[in-house]
Design a protein around this ligand. Structure first.
Ligand code: SF4
Ligand code: SF4
Length: 580
């Protein structure tokens, strides 16, 4: 087939399809989301969004045991959620191949931490492959299934933001259709009661030894010999950065399989070069392994454990070239904010105005923490808003009447629901606000159990959030329009005064959904504006000031009218109706 350009994530999807994968279950998370979106375009693959990563992996394990090649994709923090089934799937092994992709986010472009997923491969004793460009994304995704079946193991495929979201050349092939493997009942292999698990643990250790041999001999790991005064060991995007920085001034041991790591071949490479560097973003994972082998390597003593590396930084460290001058950024930094016209912006204004303590969650509504809304006090991980509200008010019962949790609809299904069950079970006093925007917003509009549509847009059962909350035992559940600020404030006062758990569902669809109608943009009457800046308090990016004159950027304004309701001087009107 002809060579073409593909995104890394698109190439992973293509590799899954070519490998004959039949089942995909994932949870969206930047930078991994597009793998599942692209794979859903192949009719031969059943693909779905799961409510969280643990469910997704458990579904993929079931599909593998049932005999179909299966896949699950997630971002790095999602691997924490999925760790429970993954560690035991390492013991059960697979029937048909099972591949789990995890996309790390070096530099935290859209994540709450910068964890290094390679530690999971080591801890779970699973093989991990790491491609460095789109061609390898396709190739490694395809070959991961063969590795999985040959060694009876789930295989982890590690990606990074730069690899997932960069385009480079790939040469696609045809799909290798695979019949389902026959299902064989085998409780000793698949039912991990202690007696069986003890046997399987021994099998896992034996498998790891066999996989180390694969690492020594397979084409996943390659050596490029150039100038032997400098040797570099690197994988993934760090290899690309090192190659760009040093070109043929160094020789490279490029790792495509980053766990288990080879021993003999790394020793042999170290013996060939004068000075050996390990270049790896985040933790000293490869370096530690090399040191354990007794190799004299240089790594984190020279390179930062923080963020992404640039070729200039690598050149400066290894070749001693001038460090890049800190040139001022060409464009001003723009911290993420709620979109202009976000239907839930006003709610944060109310929370701020009422001086409530707010436990927040992951997604669009983390952005309620940004000034001037400044409405979030704590944000840990998906679902944590509800459970940390419970802990907070248990310790400070005197604040129960002024503390709320805020969580989006998709995040509530991901893992907020268990926190709500805990609140009811343990007799908490606290109010949970579920901000239902009728989509999974921040990752780019993925469907979820309450949208009534599947990943493919096919109608399905639409989960009833209010009924769900009542079913777990919440006695006080009400639905409000977040545009009605006065009603929202009154409802909050009532629910916070109630000595029992309560839920307010604030319901309005995301303004970016195609069916949401936009109103006429608003404009400010110059003569009537007193410059009081009350309209700035909602932090809408469409409202601007040069220090004297207030204006509304008509290209951003969706006419939601929130600012007009905050203006006590009636200076904001639909465009064309203003007085001057
Ligand atoms: S994506 Fe939708 S819900 Fe999220 S901040 Fe923007 S408008 Fe609000
Ligand atoms: S709230 Fe009204 S009067 Fe005050 S700055 Fe904004 S437009 Fe002008």
């Amino acid at each position: 087939m002809a060579e073409t350009m593909m995104l890394g994530n698109q190439a992973v999807a293509r590799g899954l399809w070519e490998a004959g994968c039949r089942f995909v279950s994932s949870y969206p998370g930047t930078p991994s989301t597009e793998i599942t979106e692209y794979v859903s375009e192949y009719p031969e693959v059943y693909a779905e969004w799961a409510p969280n990563e643990k469910v997704a992996v458990e579904a993929a394990v079931g599909a593998s045991v049932a005999g179909a090649r299966a896949f699950s994709g997630m971002k790095h923090v999602g691997l924490n959620v999925a760790a429970d089934p993954i560690f035991t799937a390492a013991y059960t092994g697979v029937s048909a191949g099972l591949v789990v992709a995890v996309a790390d986010d070096q530099g935290m472009h859209s994540s709450q931490n910068e964890q290094d997923s390679r530690h999971y491969a080591r801890a779970a004793k699973l093989p991990m492959l790491e491609p460095s460009d789109s061609a390898e994304c396709l190739d490694f995704a395809r070959r991961a299934f063969d590795l999985s079946e040959a060694h009876d193991t789930p295989v982890l495929l590690r990606l990074s933001t730069r690899v997932s979201h960069s385009q480079s050349r790939v040469t696609p092939s045809e799909r290798q259709e695979r019949e389902r493997r026959p299902y064989q009942k085998d409780a000793g292999k698949y039912v991990m009661v202690p007696a069986a698990a003890r046997v399987r643990h021994a099998a896992v250790e034996t498998r790891l030894t066999a996989l180390t041999e694969v690492a020594e001999t397979s084409a996943f790991n390659t050596v490029e010999r150039h100038d032997k005064r400098i040797g570099v060991v690197a994988a993934g995007i760090a290899y690309q950065t090192a190659r760009e920085a040093l070109g043929e001034k160094a020789s490279y041991f490029k790792l495509g399989m980053i766990w288990p790591l080879p021993e003999a071949s790394l020793r042999a490479f170290a013996a060939e070069v004068d000075t050996l560097f390990v270049i790896e973003e985040l933790d000293d994972f490869i370096e530690t392994h090399c040191r354990k082998l007794g190799l004299a390597v240089q790594g984190k003593a020279l390179f930062s454990p923080l963020g992404e590396y640039t070729a200039e930084q690598v050149r400066a460290v290894i070749l001693g070239t001038e460090a890049p001058a800190q040139t001022p950024a060409a464009i001003p930094g723009r911290p993420p904010v709620l979109c202009p016209g976000c239907p839930h912006r006003g709610l944060f204004h109310v929370l701020h105005k009422m001086k409530l303590t707010v436990t927040g969650d992951i997604g669009c509504y983390t952005l309620g923490a940004s000034p001037p809304l400044s409405a979030i006090d704590l944000c840990i991980c998906m679902g944590a808003s509800v459970s940390s509200l419970h802990g907070f008010v248990q310790v400070r019962p005197e604040m129960a009447g002024q503390t709320v949790a805020v969580i989006g609809d998709s995040t509530f299904f991901h893992s907020g629901i268990t926190g709500l069950i805990n609140m009811v079970y343990n007799k908490s006093h606290g109010t949970v606000l579920i901000l239902d925007n009728a989509i999974t917003g921040m990752t780019g509009h993925q469907q979820n159990p309450a949208t009534g549509l599947t990943l493919q847009g096919v109608p399905t059962h639409k989960l009833d959030i209010e009924a769900l909350c009542r079913a777990v035992g919440v006695g006080r559940v009400r639905v409000l329009d977040p545009h009605d600020l006065a009603e929202m404030e009154a409802a909050l006062r009532e629910e916070l005064a109630a000595p029992e758990p309560s839920v307010i569902v604030a319901r309005r669809p995301c303004v970016l959904l195609p069916y949401v109608k936009r109103e006429t943009p608003l404009a400010i009457d110059g003569p009537n504006c007193r410059g009081c800046r009350a309209c700035m308090n909602i932090g809408c990016p469409a409202i601007r000031t040069d220090g004297r004159v207030m204006t509304i950027d008509r290209s951003l304004c969706v006419g939601c009218g929130l600012c007009a309701r905050l203006c006590r001087f009636g200076a904001i009107h639909p465009e064309g109706e203003q007085k001057a």
